[in-house]
Design a protein around this ligand. Structure first.
Ligand SMILES: Nc1ncnc2c1ncn2[C@@H]1O[C@H](COP(=O)(O)OP(=O)(O)O)[C@@H](O)[C@H]1O
Ligand SMILES: [Mg+2]
Length: 472
């Protein structure tokens, strides 16, 4: 057990220390002194350089640094009381962190912004930007004096993710373990450390400044979108190479700093290793055998439904968020892959291009299937279902046999064409031709992400080479 009950390493790599130590119990042990927020006078403080206050200095901007001006928000009484209660009950936490505000309330946790009071006592190797961009540089002597006279160390911020005590220990451990394993990618949030007091576990992550997706997604230019997805797909490429499925890709789990054009993927609460609970699904068969299999099932089922069907119902992991679930999740595929994240990322792009959020707004999985079918049409949905040994049939009149192109959906959603058939439809197609060349590239990329068959869907590495993301 570490002397301070902290899994971090004092002047060593924090993440390395976490390895094997699992979550250390926080016993509120005595501090070993020193390292308080006010550093000693007379020393140059490289942290000051991070914020580029001195106009003569080349500034080093960390994705996790920020202006002090927006760091202290007004907090309402209820939240203040909640934070105070947390500090009172979680022994020793207030000696390490000063809670500032509540930044998130998810399904599985409450997240607080806090000042890291002991930042200087630990090695902070997780801060890749800071370590890459020359934190070792010394300023010229004249600047050294100027700094010591006018500057004091700026606070460092963290996000404290208080995981609800109702979460199973396995689930919590899974999240922390995967986060730890995924360290080293700029676009994935690094785990700094974690604490446990009684049944309460908290994960400490660097605070990443971001704005609510809903405030900017309509205003994004084509290049903005490309940068957003470059960052998201870079994160996915890293996660998927580690054979990990995130399972919950959506805007609230990809924190994007619009001003800096940087994003980080967070929330590995539902993530799993590819192959967990894996069992055979017909989609695993390829080529001829696959279509033969599908045909067999179609023939069997065309004779009707079994009256008293006592076959056990199919079970598959459905974890994720409504509206972002891939078709194979909806059809309960039992051999889901990392491709489910690509579909969800595609839904985010569809949201941006259509300027509608949420794009899909289903109450349940049946509704979600219907929404997808409205776009793709009955024919493609039938083969998609059969791929996973399921059957899709509907008599909803608005679902056509052929469905629509994604270009058309986007033109409709952005009021550039009216719906309808016949002559109206011809006019639509003419106007569709007027979609800008850049938008067409984005649509083509979108179609690759929203491919119904996961085997044909683009993967993260291929996505990085697609014209939409290439060369950024
Ligand atoms: N490192 C971070 N920096 C800033 N805000 C964060 C950070 N991590 C999480 N948040 C905020 O808290 C919210 C919930 O966190 P998340 O990890 O997604 O938890 P949950 O599993 O409860 O959804 C996020 O949507 C985001 O707004
Ligand atoms: Mg979340």
């Amino acid at each position: 057990m570490y002397e301070n009950g902290d899994t971090r390493h004092q002047h060593h790599t924090q993440a390395d220390y976490f390895e094997g130590a699992q979550v250390e119990e926080n016993e509120g042990g005595e501090e070993s002194g020193g390292g308080e927020e006010g550093e000693e006078e007379g020393e140059y403080d490289e942290e000051d350089d991070l914020h580029g206050d001195d106009e003569d200095h080349e500034s080093v901007v960390s994705a996790y640094s920020e202006d002090q001006s927006d760091s202290e928000e007004d907090v309402d009484g209820v939240v203040r009381e909640e934070m105070d209660s947390f500090c009172r009950h979680f022994k020793g936490i207030d000696r390490r962190f000063r809670l500032i505000s509540k930044i998130g309330e998810g399904t599985f946790s409450s997240v607080y912004k806090a000042e890291d009071l002991l930042y200087d006592r630990y090695e902070n190797d997780w801060d890749l930007d800071a370590s890459d961009d020359g934190r070792d540089r010394s300023p010229p002597p004249s600047k050294r004096r100027k700094f010591t006279e006018t500057q004091r160390r700026r606070p460092k911020y963290v996000a404290i993710k208080k995981i609800y005590v109702t979460s199973s220990p396995q689930r919590i451990m899974n999240e922390l373990e995967l986060l730890h394993e995924l360290r080293g990618c700029r676009d994935v949030v690094p785990l700094i450390t974690a604490f446990r007091h009684l049944d309460q576990v908290v994960a400490i992550l660097p605070y990443f400044k971001h704005v609510d997706f809903r405030t900017y997604f309509r205003a994004l230019s084509f290049d903005d979108m490309r940068l957003y997805f470059k960052s998201l797909f870079n994160a996915l490429s890293h996660v998927h190479r580690c054979k990990i499925i995130h399972r919950d890709i959506k805007p609230t789990n990809f924190l994007y700093d619009y001003a800096r054009r940087r994003g980080v993927l967070v929330d590995f609460g539902l993530a799993e290793r590819e192959g967990t609970d894996w069992s055979h699904c017909p989609c695993q068969l390829s080529g001829l055998s696959k279509s033969h299999n599908s045909l067999m099932q179609a023939t069997t089922l065309s004779t009707g439904y079994i009256k008293n069907d006592n076959r056990p119902s199919r079970r598959a992991n459905r974890a994720g968020t409504r509206g972002f679930r891939a078709p194979e999740v909806l059809f309960k595929c039992t051999s889901q892959t990392t491709k489910i994240d690509i579909w969800s990322a595609g839904v985010v792009l569809l949201t941006m291009l259509s300027k509608r959020f949420p794009f899909f707004n289903s109450a349940d999985d049946v509704d979600a299937t219907i929404e997808i079918a409205t776009i793709f049409g009955k024919a493609r949905m039938r083969s998609c279902a059969l791929l996973h040994g399921a059957v899709f049939e509907t008599n909803i009149p608005t679902i056509g046999e052929k469905g629509f192109t994604l270009e058309k959906i986007i033109m409709w959603a952005t009021n550039r064409i009216a719906g309808g058939g016949g002559k109206e439809r011809e006019k639509d197609e003419l106007r569709e031709a007027n979609m800008s060349a850049t938008e067409k590239v984005a649509c083509e990329f979108l179609a690759r992400c929203l491919e119904l068959d996961p085997a044909k869907r683009i993967d993260a590495d291929e996505a990085m080479e697609h014209e939409f993301l290439r060369g950024l």
